[in-house]
Design a protein around this ligand. Structure first.
Ligand code: GLU
Length: 424
């Protein structure tokens, strides 16, 4: 666990409070009136379920899960499902609100939602995971649907998880409903380019930020916290642009090699042993040392609240590209911004996943599938455009990139709310 290395004063505070603090900073810039602030900072629906699963030893265990729909003004709720021991309603609410802003900043016709089950996937068998997933899908079935709320993978969930969810809902309906989840395997209606999309988005936004600060990516050093699906693809695609990956970590430990790690070799090791730890010719370092390694680009791609008031002053990088959701606390934001570090905020940096989820959903609804280069090029143009819109807002209001991204996102949702009006 990444948090185990943190000192107790670093323990997670409310993640939703942190999301609201970020919201308020941007709402101030927009002079948003009180009623609109209340509407946009609350979650529309918070749904908690407690449900039984028969474990492999024959005993029944009850799990708790949530699905939160933060805002649906601009379209169906969209957002992943996370399986993790730290999942709480507070965390799912924060993640759901970040999905609203992520979809708005990239101008997708979606609102924001998120789900999660408190469980320890690492200690569960495939059969237990399947039964948990199918029962959870059934429990949240009153909310989810192709036109209401569309889940996707997140921490510890993947294409197989989505396949079980799609199959479960389709069994209930009596016909295959492809558009109910995204991030599916290609053979059952997934989109080409979805698996690597979040990492590709990290690469695209890092590339755009590097242009603005005049950083040459050829030979630029990169540190990746969380060598999972997002971290691996970000590392791999940045390496293709000439970057050198000098340190990486996952829940099993952290390693560094100043001469550069090969992302493909590191993935092979991770696939065979389950962790990057133990990779040949590397120094073993702590999670704190990893985050504080001097580099050009730092990619936190693990969990929330990793860069805090306690370690921000020791972070030594030019650009932070937030592959994870919520890795930087507001206190750390201020310290880093004052130091001149460019932070590409989560709602922009890791939006590649939901952008290609949107493409997958469109392909499912139209029953018409795209070539991979159409997916990759469309993703690139949406993220490059969104990055430039956020950059010009940051110049216009003289605010950091997070506040600017939130300003653009909130402005779109507030405008939609005003046009639709408050019912009744
Ligand atoms: N879980 C991803 C995220 O946090 C993807 C969500 C989606 O594709 O709907 O953005």
């Amino acid at each position: 666990m990444i948090q185990e290395n943190l000192d107790p004063s670093d323990m997670k505070s409310s993640v939703f409070d942190m999301a609201v603090e970020q919201f308020n900073a941007a709402a101030d810039v927009l002079n948003l009136e009180e009623g609109m602030r209340q509407v946009l900072s609350s979650c529309k629906r918070e749904f908690t379920v407690n449900f039984p699963v028969v474990m492999d030893n024959g005993k029944v265990q009850v799990f708790t899960g949530h699905r939160v729909q933060h805002n649906m003004t601009r379209g169906p709720a969209k957002g992943g499902i996370r399986f993790h021991p730290d999942v709480s309603l507070d965390e799912v609410k924060a993640l759901a609100s970040w999905m609203t802003w992520k979809c708005a900043v990239t101008n997708l016709p979606y609102g924001g939602g998120k789900g999660g089950v408190t469980c320890t996937p690492r200690s569960m068998s495939l059969g237990e995971m399947e039964r948990l997933t199918r029962r959870f899908a059934t429990e949240i079935s009153p909310l989810i649907g192709s036109y209401s709320d569309i889940p996707a993978p997140d921490v510890n969930t993947d294409g197989q998880t989505m396949a079980w969810m799609m199959d479960t809902i389709s069994m209930h309906k009596g016909f295959t409903e492809m558009g109910i989840v995204t991030g599916k395997p290609i053979d059952i209606g997934g989109s080409l380019g979805r698996t690597e999309a979040t990492g590709r988005g990290v690469m695209i936004t890092a590339r755009e930020a590097a242009k603005h600060i005049g950083l040459n990516l050829n030979g630029a050093t990169v540190v990746v916290q969380g060598f999972g699906n997002v971290g691996y693809w970000a590392a791999h695609l940045l390496q293709e642009l000439g970057c050198k990956i000098i340190a990486a970590s996952d829940s099993g430990g952290a390693i560094s090699r100043p001469s550069g790690l090969d992302s493909t070799e590191l993935l092979k090791q991770k696939n065979s042993t389950g962790t990057v730890s133990g990779f040949a010719n590397c120094d073993v370092i702590t999670n704190e040392e990893l985050l504080e390694t001097s580099c050009d680009i730092l990619v936190p791609a693990a969990l929330e609240q990793q860069i805090t008031g306690n370690n921000a002053s020791r972070i030594n990088t030019k650009i932070i590209v937030e592959g994870a959701n919520g890795p930087t606390t507001p206190e750390a934001d201020k310290i880093l911004t004052d130091k001149g570090t460019v932070i590409i905020p989560d709602i922009l940096a890791n939006a590649g996943g939901v952008v290609v989820s949107y493409f997958e959903w469109v392909q499912n609804l139209q029953r018409f599938f795209w070539e991979k280069d159409v997916v990759d090029n469309s993703l690139d143009s949406i993220l490059t455009r969104s990055f430039n819109e956020v950059f010009s807002t940051s110049q216009q209001y003289k605010v950091d990139m997070r506040t600017a991204a939130m300003v653009n996102a909130i402005d779109r949702v507030a405008t939609a709310t005003n046009i639709r009006g408050i019912y009744p």
